[in-house]
Design a protein around this ligand. Structure first.
Ligand code: FES
Ligand code: FES
Length: 150
């Protein structure tokens, strides 16, 4: 049987129980390991992907709840998204663990608010934890990608 998921523009059948968290379907069944496991409790944002363009915590999202939706992971941004270019320019990552979740959340922000203020960036990004404290570089990179003054 399996559950059909639409990920990064392709349909895949995942042989997993319907209540399997999307995070594990992506990582263990589809080999998309760019999405990370942090807390498993919707508290840190490391597992953030987009579901129909909305930043979503995949650790607490059962796969049967996203059947028919368009799921995008960090792999789906292709490496050339303006945020990824800005991330590299500003040397944002330290250990890197939280960063795919940060970028996926930032991408959802810019899709909705192309020219965010610093306050809007801080508000939108506040739920994505970085233990390395890269917050200032994250804000600078988002502003750069958005073409707003830093
Ligand atoms: S692993 Fe999903 S929010 Fe922390
Ligand atoms: S770069 Fe290390 S947790 Fe964010």
């Amino acid at each position: 049987m399996g559950v059909t998921l639409h990920v990064n523009g392709k349909e895949s059948v995942v042989d997993a129980a319907p209540d399997t968290p999307l995070l594990w379907a992506l990582r263990d069944h589809m080999g998309l390991t760019g999405t990370k496991f942090g807390c498993g409790m919707a508290q840190c944002g490391a597992c953030t992907v987009q579901v129909d363009g909305v930043a979503t915590r995949s650790c607490v999202t059962p796969i049967d709840s996203v059947v028919g939706s368009k799921i995008t992971t960090i792999e789906g941004l292709g490496g050339t998204h303006p945020l990824q270019v800005a991330w590299e320019k500003h040397n944002v990552p330290q250990c890197g663990y939280c960063q795919s979740g940060q970028i996926m959340n930032a991408a959802a922000l810019l899709a909705e608010t192309p020219k965010p203020s610093v306050a809007e960036i801080k508000s939108a990004m506040s739920g994505n934890i970085c233990r390395c404290g890269t917050y200032n570089r994250i804000i600078a990179a988002i502003q750069d990608a958005a073409g707003v003054k830093s």
